[in-house]
Write a protein that binds this ligand. Sequence first.
Ligand SMILES: NC(=O)C1=CN([C@@H]2O[C@H](COP(=O)(O)OP(=O)(O)OC[C@H]3O[C@@H](n4cnc5c(N)ncnc54)[C@H](OP(=O)(O)O)[C@@H]3O)[C@@H](O)[C@H]2O)C=CC1
Ligand SMILES: O=C(CO)COP(=O)(O)O
Length: 338
Amino acid sequence: MSNKVAVLGAGSWGSILANLLVGNGHDVLLWSRDPEQVEALNEWHINPQYMKDFKYNKQLRATNDMDEAVKDAKYILIVIPTKGLREVSHNLAKILKKRNMKPLIIHATKGLEQETYKRPSQMIAEEIPAENREDIVVLSGPSHAEDVALQDMTAVTAACENMAHAQKAQKLFSNSYFRVYTNDDVIGAEFGAALKNIIAIGAGALQGLGYKDNARAALITRGLAEIRRLGVAFGANPFTFIGLSGVGDLVVTCTSKNSRNWRAGFQLGQGRQLEDVISHMGMVIEGVYTTKAAYELAQKRQVKMPITNALYNVLYKGENIEAAITDLMSREVTSELE
Ligand SMILES: NC(=O)C1=CN([C@@H]2O[C@H](COP(=O)(O)OP(=O)(O)OC[C@H]3O[C@@H](n4cnc5c(N)ncnc54)[C@H](OP(=O)(O)O)[C@@H]3O)[C@@H](O)[C@H]2O)C=CC1
Ligand SMILES: O=C(CO)COP(=O)(O)O
């Protein structure tokens, strides 16, 4: 069955997910704030800024007008970086109220809000009143836009407390190369998604410094341990972290050059300055901001996150990466299961 879907955010991930939904037979309108992107997508089926070499499905239509995008949409997919999510949700709320709409909102944002440490679904819920949304579903998991664009085999999670709503998102996105599982643990899915980006920066940095496979495996495994600790402290199901939005996403971002976070870490490991890395990436590096939010949150909750602490010191206190690694390795030895 064809559904009207509004996709808000035409960056790397939003535009590729919109393209996937068109391929699934849905009536999709992609919203971007950038008129040049809209023109290029509608006229030439390319996105001049993101996924530049990709040719989009000719059926994909884009608009600058959020009201037009959202009109009559049964589903609204938000794919905006954490920094802009509240603003976009706020603007969306006004349209939903004016139009008296109650769509299912799905988001694919991976991060935590600066200062408030809110998860994306909490930010959306605060901006969009319950009477204007059926529910909020989290779409998360190991899914680089570059691979999905090639229709490479991908499996992700649709998380929502209400399983019927998670199943709606599952049906909307699933196809022969994109397999969607459901999970009722929104907290775990969102913590896994946000925190893996921190560890991916660390994995890139290790490679940039010349460390080998053992080091990467140690980082992924101990990174997962601290992601789980923080998530569980906030009520997540520990098993979620051995699923797609946990270990799955951690593996893909810690081992792939497609990961923006890994690439940022790699460049830092090779001696580049953070500001330089950010200004040349041309896409969001969520882990840089999530490192600060997670560090502060862990301090507040007294949760041990040594790798996050080390990366915070490197990114925000200017500590030398080798010195941070030495500090990590010379901590008092402890039990793996602590
Ligand atoms: N790329 C990927 O493979 C994946 C990304 N994600 C997550 O999806 C989210 C988006 O990532 P991604 O698409 O890669 O990011 P990009 O940097 O590629 O694109 C971001 C998009 O969001 C738009 N945007 C940013 N802030 C605002 C705002 N305040 N108002 C309106 N539009 C805004 C940008 O518009 P403009 O161009 O005008 O700045 C751009 O279209 C992130 O949380 C990321 O972690 C999740 C899974 C996979
Ligand atoms: O979340 C992602 C893949 O699952 C994308 O990660 P990056 O933002 O590091 O590219």
